[in-house]
Design a protein around this ligand. Structure first.
Ligand SMILES: [Zn+2]
Length: 226
């Protein structure tokens, strides 16, 4: 009975929490100390992309500012055209009203998005294997060569994703402040087909973050907030 009630509450919340891609959001403060109004949820799935967790999505942990939403969708559309083999797994971004999203330190005003690294398995691009058993993907540990079991980080795909995000951000009147990604693995990202171009296109974290960002990268967008 308790479980049923919890499920019904979750479903009711999913239905009522704001998800209107047409409306403009209002963000306040900074990613580390802020809030958000009229947020939009990243869709659960679409062409060549999916959520890291249906539960996380239902709980409302994938909300963003409307301009960030437009940027993600625009970049994804571009990727479908230019790199149809690439599958994007969007992870946590924020609550419908912003504020603290545990355990993250930022993600508080709709301008931060986590994206699981694109991977290949036996050389074939596959969706990132996020599941309940590996902390919805966050507990996966890649080694210093970007390997985890049969999976390899697909750096060419990652560079393409980020360049598509950079272009889409510009078209939507916002920018990318910083991309946080493991410093050792960054060296391999620069070796990707478009690695050089990427290095010049946006700023990357230079010092290690509070948790290792190997299984996902974090993008902080620049949106004008109140
Ligand atoms: Zn993050």
């Amino acid at each position: 009975m308790g479980v049923l009630l919890a499920l019904l509450t979750l479903m009711a919340f999913a239905i009522v929490h704001p998800r209107r891609p047409g409306a403009s959001s209002v963000c306040n403060g900074t990613p580390a100390n802020g809030s958000l109004r009229d947020a939009v949820s990243i869709p659960h799935h679409g062409v060549n992309f999916s959520s890291y967790s249906t539960l996380g999505w239902l709980l409302g942990r994938q909300h963003v500012h409307s301009k960030v939403y437009a940027t993600l969708i625009d970049a994804q559309r571009e990727l479908v055209r230019s790199r149809p083999e690439v599958h994007t797994v969007f992870a946590e971004s924020g609550w419908p009203f912003g504020g603290r999203l545990r355990p993250h330190r930022t993600h508080r005003n709709g301008t931060s998005v986590d994206i699981m690294v694109p991977v290949t398995r036996d050389g074939v691009p596959v969706p990132f294997p996020a599941s309940l058993s590996n902390g919805f993907g966050y507990a996966v540990e890649f080694d210093r060569q970007g390997r985890y079991r049969d999976y390899r980080i697909d750096y060419d795909a990652m560079a393409a994703q980020l360049l598509a995000l950079g272009g889409a951000a510009r078209r939507n009147g916002i920018g990318i402040d910083v991309v946080i990604f493991d410093n050792t693995l960054q060296q391999q990202l620069w070796q990707a087909r478009e690695g050089r171009k990427l290095q010049q296109a946006m700023r990357f974290s230079r010092t290690p973050a509070w948790v290792r960002h190997d299984e996902h990268y974090h993008v902080n967008f620049v949106v004008s907030c109140r």
